[in-house]
Design a protein around this ligand. Structure first.
Ligand code: RB5
Length: 158
């Protein structure tokens, strides 16, 4: 799998070891930065990784900030992105199986390295189940598409 990864200065505490771990699982990974722990702004990297995934250039994305919250919110602003912020493996797996998430976010202030590895591995091996979940994914896309219609009265079918 081709994976895009990014974060912020706080996420940088975990990111190098997560990259090494993912490479060890046999995936190709590109680091979009940052490359130091100097204070920066997570939306910069969230946007780059989210656009790399939304364009189809990368299969999945991983984002790490202090909590995973800000960076997942920013990534979810990019059309086509379904980013999950989670700090345990169960939600990570279900987010793939039910929600077809294409970005995983977590926080280096919330999870330690070993738990982060479990979350990443569970998320990477799980597959989207489709079926009834597809209807809900389409409904989410419908919200996103209606938000593109600037100024028009918007009537959702969901
Ligand atoms: C940076 O201080 C911190 O706000 C950021 O890493 C993240 O936790 C935001 O959600």
């Amino acid at each position: 799998m081709k994976i895009a990864i990014g974060g912020d200065h706080v996420g940088q505490i975990l990111k190098p070891e997560i990259i090494e771990y993912i490479e060890g699982l046999g995936h190709e990974i590109k680091d979009f930065g940052p490359f130091t722990t100097e204070r920066t702004h997570y939306p910069i990297y969230a946007k780059q990784v989210a656009e790399a995934v939304a364009s189809g250039e990368y299969d999945k994305g991983i984002l790490i900030c202090g909590t995973g919250v800000g960076i997942s919110i920013a990534a979810n602003k990019v059309k086509g992105i379904r980013a999950v912020c989670c700090s345990e493996p169960y939600s990570a797996r279900l987010s793939r199986e039910h929600n077809d998430t294409n970005i995983l976010a977590f926080g280096s202030r919330v999870v330690g390295l070993e738990l982060a590895k479990m979350i990443v591995e569970e998320w990477l091996i799980a597959s989207y189940e489709g079926g009834r979940h597809g209807t809900r994914i389409e409904m989410i896309a419908e919200i996103e598409n209606h938000n593109d219609l600037d100024g028009e009265s918007q009537k959702l079918n969901c």
